[in-house]
Design a protein around this ligand. Structure first.
Ligand SMILES: [Zn+2]
Length: 283
């Protein structure tokens, strides 16, 4: 039996797919439609990892399966090329982000094509392209006008070495996940004025819609716990000892009103605004 050698066969057919635009789809087709989109990768200098390929393969298999069943099936590829990873890479290598992003995208694209995905490349885009992010800016302006985007001061993890904020998951044993030297400085909490989206405005709607979803019960429970609605009441405590001129209060949410009557003292988180306002007077 002749041994299958991918190098002998695949580049030839992949070239033919490209030349004949085999996987480009027409929106006006009368066939049933399906769009199988993988999670779009951030194109780093390191190239694809096996997790990318696994994720792309699932979308590719779904698209190929439905294509065989006579559907007008599309799978796509685009690049999540904005933000922190590109900026950190630029700092590390001294290359402007626009330059390194273009190089990385070309490399990723070559790899995705070599894997043999049935992508409609006419729909490729990258999120750092102004023709794309004008739409994210437009969506943001709508949220802002509807009062669903707002600014507030909140503490964030900060890495002095990366000069960036970090998500909770990026802090491992009190250190930034990017460095493995034991002598690296630990991360600190810093207070920043930041943008927030008022997702809580929709918590009840999402919660009520969860039951009707065709999802495993385990995932539905996770979703509900994540939203974490609890019924309770807000109790207002007047603060004492700030001097005759100062009137200040703290609102406390409780799900068990009966426990409030036993209150003998209160502890306030160090980042609570009342601490920076009154400092020692509050302690
Ligand atoms: Zn760091």
């Amino acid at each position: 039996m002749k041994r299958y050698n991918p190098k002998d066969i695949e580049p030839k057919w992949q070239q033919q797919w490209e030349d004949t635009k085999l996987y480009e789809v027409n929106e006006d087709s009368t066939k049933q439609k399906i769009f199988a989109s993988p999670m779009l990768p951030y194109p780093s200098g390191a190239g694809l990892h096996t997790g990318h390929v696994r994720n792309f393969t699932i979308a590719d298999v779904v698209a190929r399966f439905y294509r065989q069943k006579g559907y007008n099936a599309m799978t796509n590829m685009a690049w999540d090329s904005f933000g922190l990873p590109a900026e950190n890479y630029a700092i590390k290598t001294g290359t402007p982000p626009a330059e390194s992003t273009a190089t990385n995208i070309a490399y990723f694209k070559k790899q995705v094509q070599r894997v043999g995905m049935s992508v409609d490349w006419s729909r490729e885009f990258n999120t750092s392209d102004p023709s794309y992010y004008r739409w994210t800016q437009w969506v943001f302006s709508l949220l802002y006008k509807k009062d669903l985007a707002y600014q507030a001061e909140k503490a964030q993890w900060w890495c002095d070495q990366c000069k960036t904020v970090l998500a909770d998951e990026q802090v491992v044993s009190g250190k930034c996940w990017r460095h493995d030297d034991e002598n690296d400085p630990t991360v600190t909490k810093k207070s920043f004025k930041q943008w927030f989206f008022k997702t809580t405005e929709y918590a009840d709607d999402i919660l009520e819609a969860t039951d009707a979803l065709d999802w495993p019960q385990k995932i539905k429970t996770m979703q509900k716990n994540w939203i974490g609605r609890s019924e309770g009441t807000v109790v207002t405590f007047q603060l004492d000892g700030l001097g005759a001129q100062e009137q200040e209060h703290l609102d406390v949410f409780t799900t068990a009103i009966e426990t409030i009557y036993g209150t003998t003292f209160m502890v306030v988180a160090p980042e609570h605004p009342v601490v920076s306002k009154y400092g020692a007077a509050c302690r």
